[in-house]
Design a protein around this ligand. Structure first.
Ligand SMILES: [Zn+2]
Length: 358
């Protein structure tokens, strides 16, 4: 299974000299309109006419599912598009179970709506005692998703976390009927990110202890850098205006990278392969990496994730951020660049516009 490399390099005369800072929201917007303006307008029209669709995001853990769908919503129609995470839903239900009144309501709901092999007591206890390793019964997930979706006005949803297992794939074929989206187009969005990239995203990840903002020392720094003279190490300082300038810290276990989740990644990979060979449902193929040898022809330099490093400036008495190209091997072993989210979203926009016949 190989995903095609999507070309986002500008060919139009005059445009190729423009360089965008894709971390800046205003420039990112201009970038999207330059690269996919026609498709964005058509999609906006599609949503304004009251249309919607259901998309299943399938990608390995930490592949950026939330980032891509949220960025798509941000540029196309934030009010009518929602990223729906099964994990978030389950965490919400965990809270409901701790509230006496809500707990009773939830149990009543399950009594009326759940059909399957487990007793009510078993279901509630599986919701309460769950560890991320145990999969909840599919029938339970389905009925809970249905309940969540019924609470909102009909929106386009990007479902993240379902199907999660091989036996859940066939359920997804009937899913839109189940949630009352019968006439909507449904589509699989398959995301391919090299494991080396996922590994680095985890290993260099740091989190603000106060506001939980998550950044990456090598791939996504904040604007403020600190320097520990004794240990000779640089660190990131929180730059969230609502927070304080505190040091972002690595999370326990992150130094292991993908090691502890190898099995999970393997399973996710199988799931993507299965979905890839599914007939009768359209598929969007998103690819995070571009082989180095194709980069010049397919992408602009500013669309590539750089690696950040730091230097101490004796003159200014502060740490300065520097950038250099970051090359990571893809899963086939070719030296590759990792794309920043916006060019991947450009390919999502164009492929969706095509699938929806816009
Ligand atoms: Zn903070």
């Amino acid at each position: 299974m190989r995903f095609p490399v999507f070309k986002t390099k500008m060919r139009k005369k005059g445009d190729e000299t423009r360089v965008f800072d894709l971390n800046n929201p205003k420039e990112r917007r201009e970038y999207f309109y330059l690269k996919a303006g026609k498709e964005i307008k058509k999609l906006k029209e599609y949503f304004n006419k009251g249309n919607s669709f259901v998309a299943y995001l399938l990608g390995k853990k930490n592949s950026g599912k939330g980032t891509y769908s949220k960025m798509f919503a941000e540029i196309v129609n934030p009010k009518k598009i929602e990223h729906f995470s099964i994990g978030d839903m389950i965490r919400g239900i965990d809270k409901e179970l701790k509230d006496k009144k809500k707990r009773k309501e939830l149990i009543e709901f399950l009594k009326k709506n759940y059909r399957g092999w487990y007793s009510l007591e078993k279901l509630v206890s599986s919701l309460e005692k769950r560890s991320t390793k145990i999969l909840l019964p599919t029938e339970l997930i389905l009925v809970l998703v249905k309940r969540e979706i019924a609470k909102r006005k009909k929106k386009t949803i990007f479902i993240d976390g379902f199907p999660r297992d091989l036996d859940q794939i066939s359920y997804s074929l009937f899913f839109r009927d189940l949630i009352g989206y019968r006439d909507d187009q449904d589509v699989f969005v398959l995301i391919d990110v090299p494991e080396k990239v996922i590994d680095e995203r985890i290993k260099s990840r740091v989190v603000c202890p106060l506001c939980q903002t998550s950044r990456n020392l090598r791939l996504l720094p904040t604007s403020k850098i600190g320097y520990d003279r004794k240990k000779k190490e640089f660190y990131l300082l929180c730059d969230n205006p609502q927070c304080r300038e505190v040091r972002l810290l690595p999370k326990e276990g992150d130094a292991w990278g993908i090691k502890p989740i190898k099995d999970r990644l393997k399973k996710d990979g199988k799931l993507i392969e299965q979905a890839f060979s599914l007939q009768g449902i359209p598929k969007v193929l998103l690819r995070n990496s571009v082989p180095k040898r194709l980069a010049k022809e397919y992408v602009d330099d500013y669309e590539i994730t750089p690696e950040y490093y730091y230097q101490w400036s004796e003159k200014d008495k502060r740490a300065v951020i520097k950038e250099k190209p970051w090359i990571a091997k893809d899963d086939e072993g070719s030296p590759s660049y990792s794309l920043l989210p916006p060019p991947v979203v450009v390919s999502l926009i164009k492929q969706l516009a095509d699938i929806l016949n816009l």
